[in-house]
Design a protein around this ligand. Structure first.
Ligand code: ADP
Ligand code: MG
Length: 257
């Protein structure tokens, strides 16, 4: 049994097949990257996995359970967390509040009481302590200690990306979907991110699906890579094999960035 599996996934928008019969398997605790030119369907695959789009055909299997048709919050509760190509955080809330929002799905109290009035409502003391421990671990882990009470809208872009990563981790996911996490980062931030992703793999024992344009990062970090073009799988394999595939080379040479 593969830990995570996508089978014959397809979706069309206005008659255009954005993703066409894509299948792949990811073993537990591996880093699996999806590459392809802009518009090739990468984010759309994530949107189908996380329940934002319902595929026209195909299955998404987490530990053999089909996630297709479930609501995004149910899919998140099953253990699939994600970050977005364009950051989606609450700018007018602090780093800590944004991280707590990532945990609300595990809280018995509602989202507002959970995020903004921690502890005052009915969560048991024990539960409360556990939520805090998980968040504090993430704050230490991502080196966000000095920023904990800052409003997210005041943070530089690279830090906001990290907060978004932290919020996804707060869910304690089984599968973590990262959509172009290094986009907009400088070289130093990218180097850090690469180390963090490896550390997440080790510390959190999570399966990571990564959409990434930086080929150095992709080739260096991935256990396996899926290359797609115009919604269709070109090749799936270990980095060395994917890198030398003529269609992959062609697809990348044909692209500006
Ligand atoms: N909600 C939507 N409505 C119409 N077309 C969409 C929608 N979402 C994605 N697409 C189209 O699907 C294709 C793949 O997009 P996307 O998955 O965002 O590409 P990538 O992430 O690889 O750059 C594009 O042609 C895009 O315009
Ligand atoms: Mg995209």
């Amino acid at each position: 049994m593969a830990h995570f599996k996508v089978e014959h996934l397809s979706i069309a928008f206005g008659g255009i097949k954005a993703v066409n019969d894509v299948s792949f398997e990811v073993e537990h605790n591996k880093i699996f990257s999806i590459i392809g030119p802009n518009g090739s369907g990468k984010t759309t695959i994530f949107n189908m996995i996380s329940g934002i789009y319902k595929p026209n055909a195909g299955e998404v299997l987490l530990e053999d359970e089909n996630l297709v048709g479930l609501r995004p919050d149910t899919i998140a509760r099953r253990g699939v967390a994600r970050t977005f190509q364009n950051i989606q955080l609450f700018g007018n809330a602090t780093v800590m509040d944004n991280l707590m929002l990532g945990r609300h799905i595990h809280m018995k109290t509602g989202i507002l009481s959970g995020a903004f009035m921690w502890g005052r409502h009915s969560a048991s003391a024990k539960e409360e302590i556990r939520h805090r421990e998980i968040i504090e671990h993430i704050v230490d882990f991502l080196d966000l200690q000095s920023l904990r009470d800052q409003f997210v809208s005041n943070l530089p872009y690279g830090k906001r990306k990290l907060v978004e990563l932290g919020r996804a981790l707060a869910l304690e996911p089984k599968v973590l979907l990262l959509d172009e996490p290094s986009a907009g980062m400088n070289t130093e931030e990218k180097d850090d991110l690469r180390i963090w992703i490896k550390d997440i793999q080790e510390d959190y024992q999570v399966t990571i699906l990564l959409i990434e344009h930086d080929m150095n990062m992709v080739m260096g970090i991935s256990d396996r890579i899926l290359a797609i073009n115009q919604g269709v799988k070109i090749i799936e394999g270990v980095p060395a094999d994917v890198q030398k595939h003529p269609d992959v080379i062609a697809a990348y040479l044909g692209e500006e960035d």
